[in-house]
Every structure is written in structure tokens, then in C-alpha cells.
Ligand binder design. Sequence first.
Ligand SMILES: N[C@@H](CCC(=O)N[C@@H](CS)C(=O)NCC(=O)O)C(=O)O
Ligand SMILES: [Fe+2]
Length: 357
Amino acid sequence: MFIFRQLFDPQSSTYSYLLGDGAAGEAILIDPVFEQAARDGALVKELGLRLVATLDTHVHADHVTGAWLLGKRLGSRIAVSKAGGAEGADIQLADGDRVAFGKRYVTARATPGHTDGCMSFVLDDESMAFTGDALLIRGCGRTDFQQGSAHNLYRSIRMKIFTLPETCLLYPGHDYRGLTVTSVAEEKAFNPRLGGDISEEDFAGYMDNLGLPHPKQIDVAVPGNMVCGRPADEAPALQGPGWAPLTFTFAGFWEIAPAWVEEHGGEVQIVDVREADEFAGPMGRVPGSIQIPLGELEKRAGELSKERPVVTVCRAGARSAQAIAILKKAGFENVANMAGGMLRWRAQQLPTEGARD
Ligand SMILES: N[C@@H](CCC(=O)N[C@@H](CS)C(=O)NCC(=O)O)C(=O)O
Ligand SMILES: [Fe+2]
């Protein structure tokens, strides 16, 4: 089974793409974003995949790659184009090289122009291609910094992307208008910069006059990406929240196992967000927990200390996840949801207070 997920970083309008071979349990991630590494790692884990490699389409100017961080956290190998010149990669790609995940693979095609080292990645059956910032939907990458060349870009797109099957779906590195996917036929017909009969000279004239401001993050992003996203100070990036062995969920919050709560209950504030009758009901409660129903949490958050971590609990773990969002908004930093709630607590036969069944 082929697994495919398109992920978005709203800060930089960057798309990342997870491609997996479900049967083999292996995946690759194209263009990960540093700040989204926890999210992406959680997705890979929840889908039961092992990340074998990250691939960058180019040395980005607007965000730092998550390649190094994911490599450290998940053991993925870092693949970049040799022509991009970045240091610290495990795999230096040249035109025609393949990167495999399970029985599937992508082939790298050199598509320079936005930068010298730009590559597009084409899925083995040519049903999909990931064009980075060479071809965007009804647009293309700019050519006014980082070795940009409108002439090279025109030839790359015409010779390396428009020669794919007409039905091949094209997934870009960014979109700034909310568009997600296009196809070779669509871009050949409708791309206003280089579709139809537009010549190389027409294209160069267009690109010389874009008049775009430089990306806000360029001074941080380019040096960061030249070392594959490895920060000068590695330790803070590698540390999760120090107070407990938490797991980040793709839904966007930290979780903690019931067994840890049982062992360390005295070190944290355990907040049960069920209603009073449930808290006093036959299921019982976690010993030492205090009860604040979810509906009252916002106005009663002041009853809790910000100095000690908070673990939220409910029946099945859903309301307590919502409680995390409320507490975060109220300025609490160390908060985690007890995974599976009282149902899992009881299934694991952990000691309850007040249980009657
Ligand atoms: N406002 C954005 C600028 C984004 C930007 O310049 N993106 C590059 C890709 S790295 C591009 O080629 N944009 C093409 C376009 O906007 O048409 C930022 O500050 O990050
Ligand atoms: Fe770019």
C-alpha cells in the first residue's frame, strides 16, 4: 500500500511530503521544516512507518530544513543534491539517482534555475513529481538570488518536468495562495510564465521584473541549510520537555503514559476534567487528582500553579486533550495529557481512589 501525505508549514508556506511503502513500513520525507520535526515525527510513528531518509529539493532561502533534527530523532539519512554544496549529508544526489523506501523509489532529476542545486523527485511510476521551487502552481521559483538563472530554469522545466506524462501530478515546494497540486498538462496549458508558446526570452523578461522582496528568513535559512539544518548549539534542539518522557502526537500536544503518572504522581498536578458525578462515580479516579470540569477550566486555571507540571485526565483522553489547549492559552508551559484516560488507567490495573466496580 502506497502512503502519501502532504504537510504544510504556515510560517513559510512550505509543503513537505511523506511517501511510504506501507507493506515494508518504510518512508521518506521530502522538504521537512525544522520547526515541524515533532509534528512530522509523530505522523511517521502513528502510521507505523520508519523514516529511512529525508530529501531536500534545494538549499532553501525561507526556512531551515528538518533533515538534521529528524536524522537525530528518527535515524533518517540526509539526502541532498551534490550541486547544492551543503555539508553534513549522508547521500549526495546526482541527476538520475534513486532513493528507495521499501519496494518503491523516487528518481532525482536535476532542475537548476531557482538555485544551481535544485532537484525534482519523480515517483517510480511517474504518477507524481515533487518539483521543489523549480515549478510552482501557475508560477515558478524566483531567479534573483542564490545562483538564480531564468534561462536555466526555463530549460529545466521544459526539458525535465514538461517531458513527464501529461497526467503526472506535480507537487510544489510552496504555495502562497492555498493551491495544493497541479499536473503536467495543466501547467503546460495555463502557467502564465512558461506555458503555451512562451519563449525562453519572454520568460527571462518576465523573471527580471518580478520585484519581490527577499524572504524574511534568508540570512538564517541559507547558512542553516548549507549544514543540513544542524544548529550551532545542538543540545536545546535535541531536548524534549525535560520533566517527563513525553510523546508528541500528530494532533499537536504532549502525552504521558498512565504508568509514569502512577509512579510520579506526587511531582505533578493531576487535573481531572470530568464532571463531578463522574469524578465521584464507580470508575474511580487517579489518587491525588483534583477535579476541575472542562467547562470551568478557563476561569479556574488560576487555582493551579505554573511552577509544577500539569497532567490532565478524563474518561478516555479526549476532553483532557482539549484541556491542554485551554491551559496553554492560560500560559501553562509544562502540560501533558494522560494517554487513554481512566479507561486505560483501569485496563492497566493501576490503583484507583473511590472505584466501586
Ligand atoms: N514572503 C516570503 C518570500 C518567499 C519567496 O521569495 N519564495 C521563493 C521560494 S524560496 C520564491 O521563489 N517565490 C516565488 C514567488 O513568490 O512567486 C518569505 O519571506 O518567506
Ligand atoms: Fe526556494
